[in-house]
Design a protein around this ligand. Structure first.
Ligand code: HEC
Length: 139
C-alpha cells in the first residue's frame, strides 16, 4: 500500500469517526463486567502502572493532557469527562486498553488481566472520585 493511499484512508476514516468514542468494540467484549472492586490496594497498584505507561499521553489526572498528548489527533481520551465515562461499559474500556489503537499501544501482552481491570477502576475514579457513599459498585 502506498503512503498516499494510507493518508487518504485516514482522512475518510477520521471524518466518519471524529469522536473518540466511535472506536468499535465487539458486543461481547462490551458486556464483560469488571471482576475487581475499587479497593485502595487495587487503585494504588493501578496508579503505579498508569504513571509509568499511560500518564505521558492521558495526563496525571486523566484529563488527556499528558506531555505527549498534543502530538495526537484524536487526542488521548479525557477520563475526567463524566458524561462520556458513564456511556462506556467496563468491558469496553478493558477491550480498548487491551487492544490499543494507533497511537495508543496494545497492552494485553504487557499487562496482566488483573492489571488491566485495575486500570479500568482507576480511570473511572478520575471522573467520579471513589466514595463508598455514592459508588454502588462497592459491596
Ligand atoms: C501514545 C499515547 C497513549 C498511551 C501511552 C496510552 N494511550 Fe490511551 N489513548 C490514546 C489516544 C490517542 C486515544 C484515543 C484514540 C481514538 O479514539 O482514536 C486513547 C484512548 C484510550 C481509551 C479509550 C477511551 C474511549 O472511551 O474511547 C482508553 C480506555 C485508554 N486510552 C486507556 C489507556 C490506558 C489505561 C493506558 C495505559 C495502560 C493508555 N491508554 C496509554 C493515547 C495513548
Amino acid at each position: 500500500m502506498s503512503r498516499r493511499a494510507n493518508v487518504r484512508n485516514f482522512s475518510v476514516y477520521s471524518a466518519l469517526n471524529k469522536a473518540p468514542w466511535s472506536w468499535p468494540v465487539p458486543e461481547e467484549a462490551k458486556q464483560l463486567k469488571n471482576p475487581l472492586h475499587p479497593t485502595a490496594p487495587a487503585l494504588k497498584s493501578a496508579r503505579e502502572v498508569y504513571v509509568d505507561k499511560c500518564a505521558h499521553c492521558h495526563g496525571d489526572t486523566g484529563k488527556g493532557d499528558g506531555r505527549d498528548a498534543s502530538r495526537y489527533d484524536p487526542a488521548p481520551m479525557d477520563f475526567s469527562d463524566a458524561k462520556r465515562m458513564r456511556q462506556a461499559t467496563d468491558g469496553e474500556l478493558f477491550y480498548k486498553i487491551s487492544e490499543g489503537k494507533k497511537p495508543m499501544p496494545v497492552f494485553k501482552n504487557k499487562l496482566t488481566e488483573d492489571q488491566r481491570w485495575e486500570l479500568v477502576l482507576l480511570i473511572r475514579s478520575f471522573a467520579q472520585p471513589v466514595s463508598p457513599a455514592t459508588n454502588n459498585t462497592v459491596k
